[in-house]
Design a binder for this molecule. Structure first.
Ligand code: TYD
Length: 212
């Protein structure tokens, strides 16, 4: 599905932990609101009732989770989220600003773990019947800087506790995905100040709206 068939605009934010996705997603929501659009913010994992439970299982469950099981749990969350929440809102003309989507699975479960990134992608494509956002903002940051930011607030969950090598693979995989799909992705250097990043996000969103 090409999400531009819907009236609502679907924008996702991607990147490693500590790059400022939530802050920028909130600025983007405020911007769309300020130009008179209906907009909601959501996130994966966790955008639905089922998703909240899956989020708890994956991020705060006890004991190790097999990488295949982890990939399936993220995909299950995504399937529910897209059908029960994202698509109905887009169809009703509401813009959806979302923290993380399938690119996170390809990077974290694919490149980050031992699974094949393409297989992980296929799993999510199956789960969502190929639903893709119109715009994906990749906030790109050196993992050492991001780790220092996250470190400041302490590793919040099982995945944030992964070592630096993992973060380097993540960054490379996100950049590779952006490279492969330049129509959907806009890469923004997350070393810029919050205000500068927000201005670039606004510019990317405006451009997308004008090109519809
Ligand atoms: P996030 O909600 O961004 O973290 P927080 O709110 O704690 O800042 O994401 C939670 C973690 O889940 C994050 O480390 C990335 C990871 N994740 C995956 O591994 N695969 C996925 O498909 C998604 C959506 C997230």
């Amino acid at each position: 599905m090409n999400s531009s068939n819907y009236r609502g605009l679907w924008v996702t934010f991607e990147g490693g932990d500590g790059v400022g996705k939530s802050t920028q997603a909130e600025y983007a929501r405020q911007y769309l609101r300020s130009i008179g659009r209906d907009v909601i913010r959501t996130r994966e994992p966790g955008g639905t009732e089922l998703g909240v439970q899956i989020r708890q299982l994956i991020l705060h469950g006890k004991g190790d989770i097999d990488p295949h099981a982890e990939a399936l749990l993220f995909a299950a969350d995504r399937a529910q989220h897209v059908r029960a929440y994202v698509k109905p809102n887009l169809a009703a003309g509401v813009d959806v600003i979302q923290d993380r989507y399938l690119d996170s699975s390809v990077a974290y479960q694919g490149a980050g773990r031992d699974l094949d990134p393409e297989e992980v992608r296929h799993l999510s494509v199956w789960a969502t019947e190929g639903a893709l956002p119109e715009l994906t903002i990749l906030l790109d940051l050196d993992p050492a800087i991001a780790a220092a930011r996250v470190g400041g607030r302490g590793a919040a969950d099982r995945i944030e506790a992964e070592p630096n090598e993992f973060r380097k693979r993540l960054r490379a995989e996100f950049l590779l995905q952006a490279d492969r799909d330049p129509d959907r992705f806009v890469i923004i250097d997350a070393r810029l100040t919050e205000v500068e990043v927000a201005a670039r996000v606004r510019a990317a969103i405006t451009k997308r709206l004008l090109s519809r």
